[in-house]
Design a protein around this ligand. Structure first.
Ligand SMILES: Cc1ncc(COP(=O)(O)O)c(C=O)c1O
Length: 437
């Protein structure tokens, strides 16, 4: 087929939506034979729940002779799955024993809408809240695909100020909001977005006090704007029970009165290929708007995948898979962490915290190092045959240039050890030239 050379005027959105930041890195990974990628955010392949999915399908098929699971479903998603999700969330928020539990469960199920991954819930949230030029407050650092999404919609990301330990700095935030009022940009502030557990990219979890202080400052500065909590990694804490260490925004009274959206996913904790996530929104008007837009986009996420997940949650297979993944990812985290230490990275001035969940290590290199994708360091890593995500991609403001995100989701422990050795060799080579400069 010949490509059309006819001039075409794309919409503003079509023109603004550039290739996601990760695309160039993924292309490099595919085009470079033998390259070990610590960049892609994929999950462990060997532990994907093949048997559990086959068993779920067998049961779904035998229990639904009408074949409804292969039909279109509803826009908001399968009622049974939504009840199962409501139960999980109430349990994780420590509310399963409350006297009004049955009523709350029904209310939460009503507020849940199932999406094509939690990514779609995030997109619907911003589409229904923001016009071009509006502002969203984000973590520092934050999920870079969310930053791409904002840029595509013409929305400005501003980083929540953090202290030297990476915690949200409430007083600096207060000053920032006052300055926004003074310069008029406060009018354009439409929401605050943060990743509650084992963040991509930093591995950090929000502390209860930190969340409360954030809510208090927003309230005190008359910024009771919608809050979006991204819980993509909540269930991927390596200690059983870590999902309940803190209640999410929906149950934390500090956020009462704020329109709240909680975005969760069943991809990373079970099977990414099923691509099912969900939103829970306690604001009727906002939720209705998101459902209207979802209706325009797809009028319902894949009913088949939802049916399998509903069955896996009900039968306990979902929790069994989680137990497997917790072991797998802890071992991978240890393999990468130990190999980076053994490779001598700390002595070269690199620092990182060891996260208790999720899929990422967030590394801070020595001052003066540049890790951008066109940097000498990145070229040295490519020559060694290893790829990482430059930390600068993960910032809604002027980024520090010396950070790196390493993902331990995909490679085997042996692959991670080899990738880490290559990374350390590149760090040594560039460290020597930094010292010589
Ligand atoms: C922080 C965060 N939020 C949301 C998502 C979206 O995931 P999914 O659409 O698979 O639910 C991801 C995926 O990597 C993520 O890292």
């Amino acid at each position: 087929m010949q490509t059309s050379a006819r001039a075409l005027t794309l919409s503003l959105l079509g023109r603004r939506a550039t290739a996601p930041s990760i695309t160039a890195l993924m292309r490099m990974a595919l085009e470079t034979p033998g390259l070990l990628s610590l960049a892609a955010g994929f999950t462990d392949n060997a532990s994907l729940p093949v048997t559990a999915v086959a068993e779920a399908l067998r049961r779904v098929a035998s229990e639904a002779p009408d074949r409804g699971y292969l039909q279109y479903g509803t826009n908001a998603g399968r009622p049974g799955l939504r009840v199962g999700l409501a139960e999980r969330l109430l349990r994780q928020d420590g509310r399963a024993g409350e006297a009004d539990y049955p009523t709350e469960r029904a209310r939460w199920a009503e507020r849940i809408f199932v999406t094509n991954g939690s990514q779609q819930a995030l997109y619907l949230a911003i589409q229904t809240l923001c016009d071009p030029g509006d502002i969203i407050l984000v973590d520092r650092p934050t999920y870079f695909v969310f930053l791409d999404l904002l840029a595509g919609l013409g929305v400005e990301a501003r980083s929540l100020p953090v202290d030297s330990t990476g915690r949200i700095d409430a007083e600096a935030l207060r000053a920032m909001l006052k300055a926004m009022r003074a310069d008029g940009s406060r009018q354009r502030l439409k929401a605050v977005y943060f990743i509650g557990w084992f963040s991509n990219p930093s591995g950090r979890s929000l502390q209860a006090g930190e969340g409360r202080a954030l809510a208090e400052v927003l309230r005190a500065e008359d910024c009771v704007v919608p809050v979006i909590e991204d819980a993509a990694y909540r269930e991927l804490g390596y200690e059983a029970g870590s999902a309940s260490a803190r209640a999410g925004v929906l149950s934390d009274p500090a956020w009462d009165g704020f329109p709240r959206l909680y975005c969760g996913t069943l991809t990373k904790p079970f099977a990414t290929g099923l691509k099912i996530g969900f939103g829970v929104c306690d604001h009727d008007g906002w939720r209705a708007a998101m459902l209207h837009v979802k209706g325009h986009q797809d009028f319902g996420s894949g009913n088949f995948a939802q049916a399998l997940l509903e069955e896996a949650i009900t039968s306990g297979a979902y929790d069994e898979q989680l137990a497997v993944l917790r072991r797998v990812y802890r071992a991978k985290r240890d393999a990468l962490n130990q190999a980076l230490e053994a490779g001598g990275l700390p002595a070269l001035g690199w620092r990182w915290a060891v996260p208790a969940g999720g899929l990422y290590l967030w590394l801070e290199g020595p001052a003066g190092l540049d890790t951008a994708s066109d940097s000498e360091f990145c070229r040295a890593c490519l020559r060694e045959g290893v790829l990482y995500v430059p930390g600068a991609l993960c910032h809604g403001d002027v980024p520090p240039r010396h950070t790196v995100r390493l993902s331990f989701g995909v490679l085997s422990p042996e692959g991670l050890a080899e990738a880490a050795a290559r990374f350390c060799r590149a760090a040594k080579a560039i460290g020597a030239s930094l010292r010589g400069a």
